[in-house]
Design a protein around this ligand. Structure first.
Ligand SMILES: NC(=O)c1ccc[n+]([C@@H]2O[C@H](COP(=O)([O-])OP(=O)(O)OC[C@H]3O[C@@H](n4cnc5c(N)ncnc54)[C@H](O)[C@@H]3O)[C@@H](O)[C@H]2O)c1
Length: 438
């Protein structure tokens, strides 16, 4: 059922002309969203529970990849953006975007705790005639079955003055070509009016808005996108292991296959997957399938294939060391790169954390160098990035993340032995006996 036309029309005209927006969660997703909306002329408040994050933002210091402090300072200086921890900011907003974490809980099940807290906060502080859009990645049914019921209550009612939609965020940290403005934005509403308002809102700052018929379809589309990546990466990772068993060079095999100009898409093997999306989202989908009695065969296999990769890298390390005079317990290893992917500082869910702890069980000394990650907390141990100048002192160097700044020929030249888990030495055309590829 749709809402009274007067409520919708009033909000629609506010969204088309000005619009006051609150973005809940000032992280990798929320901050870029907030700045895009502010730059489109809306008044935006970034609401976060972390006083440290808020303080930094209000001082013009960006903590998010791809968002420069200069851009943040410009938004602050126009008066169209500010950050706060005060939930009262919600009282005079027209739109609330929710971009809070959706991590995994015990047994790799969805943890919607932050989404639920956000919904309760909006219910308490939001005013009538409000559009609320959930941007956090989650399983199909969350918006309608979990989020909406918590939003409704005193003062906010779907049938009267509340509009609710889901729109997945597709931000790709470190990507210089695509941002929120030029990446098509999927939107699904809990009803037709909610969809119409959400589309009108995003059209203010996104080139192409793609309406889907339901919030569930939009939730599912997002999970499919990241599961697609998980499955394909899982496949090439399995190929890496199979090629080794068949004594074939996986890089040559894949390079050959990817010359086909149609019907194939390049994916590369590596030490595993990480980050807030590919390492988590397939679990959400797998869990939801089981909820309705559908047991995916492909998703768990892909997850397992990716999760095996740190151990596969360690197996290679052991093979390399076996060919030397060195005893493993006396060997030292330097891991280059610990972030979950190249050119970013985010090491959440990074597979290199597993690699470091597995290596620790096998060799005497394990250190890392990452220009983006000066400090790291692995299990109970805190580690510090060691200077690259020390590279020659290690028995083996592992290229774990192919950061663009890594001058791989020079790194290989200064190493005693070099294990390339990303195929980067091939891209550089390096042929050196001390290099082993995954
Ligand atoms: N990082 C990515 O590349 C990416 C891409 C697409 C989608 N997503 C999804 O977007 C969502 C947010 O991810 P992120 O990477 O931005 O997370 P993040 O951890 O970088 O930021 C989340 C922010 O939310 C704040 N927060 C938590 N609870 C809050 C509450 N109740 N009210 C206000 N603020 C609150 C935290 O303090 C934090 O600053 C997740 O669902 C994630 O899966 C992330």
């Amino acid at each position: 059922m749709n809402q009274p036309q007067s409520a919708k029309t009033a909000l629609l005209s506010r969204l088309r002309e000005e619009g006051r927006v609150v973005v809940m969660g000032m992280g990798y997703v929320g901050l870029p969203l907030a700045l895009h909306a502010a730059e489109a002329g809306m008044d935006v408040v970034g609401l976060d529970i972390s006083p440290r994050t808020v303080e930094g933002l209000n001082k013009g210091m960006s903590h998010v990849e791809g968002i420069s402090s200069k851009r943040l300072a410009e938004a602050l200086s126009t008066g169209r953006f500010r950050a706060t921890t005060e939930r009262s900011a919600l009282t005079d907003s027209d739109v609330v975007l929710v971009a809070v974490p959706t991590p995994l809980g015990e047994g790799n099940t969805p943890d919607l705790g932050a989404v639920e807290v956000a919904a309760r906060t909006i219910q308490k502080w939001g005013k009538a005639n409000l559009l609320v859009v959930l941007e956090s990645t989650t399983y199909p049914g969350t918006t309608k079955e979990v989020f909406l019921p918590l939003l409704q209550g005193a003062g906010l009612c779907l049938e009267e003055n509340l509009f609710v939609a889901f729109s997945p965020e597709r931000v790709d940290p470190g990507n210089r070509e695509y941002d929120i403005g030029n990446t098509p934005k999927l939107v699904g509403g809990v009803n037709g009016d909610s969809l119409e308002l959400a589309v009108a809102f995003y059209e203010r700052f996104v080139d192409e808005v793609v309406p889907l018929s339901t919030a569930e379809a939009a939730e599912m589309a997002k999970l499919f996108e990241n599961t697609f990546r998980s499955v394909n990466i899982g496949l090439v990772n399995e190929m890496a292991q199979m090629c080794e068993a068949l004594e074939l060079d996986v890089w040559e095999v894949l390079a050959g296959a990817f010359t086909k100009p149609f019907g194939i898409m390049p994916f590369r093997p590596g030490p595993g997957v990480g980050g807030h999306c590919i390492a988590i989202d397939p679990h959400y989908l797998d869990w939801k399938g089981k909820e309705v009695g559908f047991f995916s065969r492909i998703i768990p296999v892909a997850i397992a294939s990716n999760e095996e990769m740190p151990a596969f890298v360690v197996k290679k390390v052991c093979l390399i060391l076996e060919q030397t005079e060195l005893k493993r317990e006396d060997a030292s290893v330097l891991v280059l790169g610990v972030s979950y992917k190249k050119d970013v500082e985010d090491w959440r869910e990074s597979p290199i954390l597993s690699l470091l702890s597995l290596l620790k069980e096998e060799v005497g000394q394990v250190e890392y160098h990452d220009p983006f990650v000066p400090f790291l907390a692995v299990e109970t141990e805190e580690k510090q990035s060691v200077p690259l100048e020390e590279i020659a002192t290690y028995d083996l160097v592992i290229l774990a993340v192919d950061h663009t700044v890594f001058q791989v020929p020079a790194l290989v030249a200064s190493s005693r032995r070099f294990l390339d888990t990303r195929g980067t030495t091939l891209t550089w055309g390096i042929t050196d006996e001390k290099v082993t590829t995954l």
